[in-house]
Design a binder for this molecule. Structure first.
Ligand code: FE2
Ligand code: FE2
Length: 233
């Protein structure tokens, strides 16, 4: 009897000790959880959200345009200048990837697409087919002009993303939210590829196009107007 009492007491003490230690462990876990939970970013302002909307809308419209420009060039040039086919195919595939990426971003951000998308398709097809009908050099001059404007356009966006999206966090520090970092990386990658297309056009005699100045300056102006419009409409 006495022995059973001792055993019971010992069990109760052990249980208490155990429950005490599990409570401590639970508390420790909570503390660890509290310590490891990541600091949250402040909300984007309405102006920042509107800017991101504009970025996605105009870039999606631009990449759609690029897709149609290269399609037009391939359609006209691949029979007459077969050596250009793999070069054009390579650039076109990259544009298709750019377009698909911005299509996905458009869905993710629920951004309204440009209201005049059919016009971008028509305009870009004309821009791809027209100069290519003149000559392969004229097509390359078109690529040079388009990619110069797009390269500058992406650089402007990168500057703005870098300057205007340093957000406060709940731990008192500031940083760029992950979605902004990801968008920045995407735009950097695409900007570099557009500049490769520009180099490719120069290597393939864009400067020999006739009339070079008229073509390139005319196409640059059209692209700038298109960018301005696609950001807003
Ligand atoms: Fe592109
Ligand atoms: Fe490009």
């Amino acid at each position: 009897m006495y022995r059973r009492l001792i055993t019971n007491r010992a069990t109760t003490t052990a249980t208490r000790a155990l429950s005490g230690s599990s409570a401590k462990m639970a508390a420790a876990k909570t503390t660890t959880k509290k310590k490891s939970s990541p600091a949250l970013f402040e909300q984007l302002s309405p102006a920042q959200k509107a800017y991101l909307d504009r970025v996605v809308r105009v870039d999606q419209a631009g990449e759609l345009g690029a897709d149609y420009i290269y399609r037009g060039q391939i359609y006209v040039l691949s029979q007459k200048h077969p050596h250009l086919r793999p070069i054009l195919d390579h650039m076109w595939k990259q544009e298709v990837h750019h377009r698909a990426t911005f299509n996905n971003l458009q869905l993710k951000h629920r951004t309204r697409p440009s209201l005049i998308t059919p016009l971008w398709k028509l305009g870009a097809t004309v821009m791809g087919v027209g100069p290519a009908l003149l000559s392969s050099e004229a097509a390359m001059a078109c690529t040079e002009a388009v990619e110069t404007v797009i390269g500058n356009h992406y650089n402007e966006q990168l500057r703005c993303l870098s300057n205007q999206f340093d957000m406060s966090k709940t731990d008192g520090t500031t940083d760029q939210p992950p979605e902004i970092k990801k968008l920045t990386d995407t735009i950097k990658e695409f900007r570099d590829q557009e500049l490769e297309h520009l180099d490719t056009a120069i290597r393939n005699d864009s400067h020999l196009a006739v009339p070079y100045k008229l073509l390139t300056e005319g196409i640059k102006s059209v692209c700038k107007v298109a960018i301005w419009t696609a950001e807003r409409v």
